[in-house]
Every structure is written in C-alpha cells, then in structure tokens.
Write a protein that binds this ligand. Structure first.
Ligand code: ZN
Length: 191
C-alpha cells in the first residue's frame, strides 16, 4: 500500500506523518523528517510563493491559494480571502470556485492545492468533498491563531482522517515557506 504522509520540513517544525497504511491510528507524529527531493521542494516553494503573492492582496487576512495541475505544472486557479464580501470566502474556497468556474466540475484528482494557511475545518472539508489529493500549506493553525485570527481547533489532518471513508489524500504537506507566510500573519493590518 502506498504510504500517504503529512509532514513538515524546515527548522523547528514538528513533522507530522499521515499514513493511511496504519490500521488503528492513521495519524501519527514522528520526529523524523521524511526525505523530500530538492526538485520536489523547489516545486512546492515555487507554487507557495504564488500563494503568498495572492495572500498579499488581503493585508488583514493573508490567506492566498493556488491550484496547480500536478501533471502539467499549470496554475489552474487562484484565490485570496474575500471574507469582507462573504464570510465563507476563505482563500481555498475562492480558489476552488475559481477552478470550477474556469474548468468545470471535474479533474480534481490531478490537482494540488497550495495555501498560505493550514486549511480550516471548513476548507479541508471542501477539499475532501472535491477529492483534491494533494494539499500543501505554509503557516499552521496555531500560528494563525497567535496572529489574532480565531480558529476552529480541528487540524487539517483530523478532518482528512474523519473523511477517510471517501477521501484518502496522497500527501498533505505542512510548513512550506512557513517563515515567509508567518511574516504576513505577524505583520497583518488591523490586528
Ligand atoms: Zn478556511
């Protein structure tokens, strides 16, 4: 069985491993940082930079997301939090809606979603409903909360785990360019 993993990389981050192969407890924490190739790392950082650029369009709630076709590397959709228009317009939701507007309600399996903040329970549920198998985020829910933005205390991993009946992600990767993204939360307006 292919091992599905959640992990962080970078200094000081606690790596998280999500393994669908484990029968009793699917989410476990590990002190080991799994190997990630330089090519893969730079790919993730390239797209996370784009998500960070999106996030800069909202200086108060710097949640930006891009959705990429894993096979072609094409950026398929993007979004930034627009909660001022609608409270559920989180960056990931805006990006998913942008994807469906542009490409229709199909093709989710080939996608990777990059987002500056760990998906909240609403967004991670939306990702699960879409069946997007790869999610990469920068800042943790804890970090976002520390910046003064209230958070629902359910991790993205927990949501994925609870959705396993129909959602088995290939990889959930935390902490990519977190220091860069954390700065946007530290320095956000109207704190
Ligand atoms: Zn959200």
């Amino acid at each position: 069985m292919i091992s599905r993993r959640v992990f962080t990389y970078g200094l000081g981050a606690l790596p998280l491993i999500y393994s669908a192969a484990s029968s009793s407890k699917n989410i476990s924490e590990s002190s080991k940082t799994p190997n990630i190739s330089e090519a893969e790392k730079s790919k993730h950082e390239k797209f996370m930079k784009m998500a960070i650029e999106q996030a800069k369009n909202n200086k108060t709630y710097p949640f930006g997301a891009v959705i990429v076709n894993e096979e072609t590397g094409e950026v398929m959709a993007e979004g930034v939090n627009s909660g001022a228009m609608n409270p559920i317009n989180h960056g990931e939701i805006v990006a998913i809606n942008n994807f469906v507007d542009k490409h229709g309600n199909s093709g989710f399996k080939s996608l990777t979603l990059y987002t500056t903040g760990e998906p909240c329970s609403m967004c991670m549920s939306a990702i699960a409903w879409c069946g997007i198998p790869r999610v990469v985020w920068a800042s943790s829910i804890e970090k976002i909360r520390a910046s003064g933005i209230g958070q629902i205390s359910i991790s993205a991993l927990e949501v994925a785990e609870k959705a396993k009946e129909f959602y088995q992600p290939d990889s959930l990767i935390a902490g990519v360019l977190a220091s860069e993204s954390d700065k946007l939360f530290d320095q956000r307006h109207n704190k």
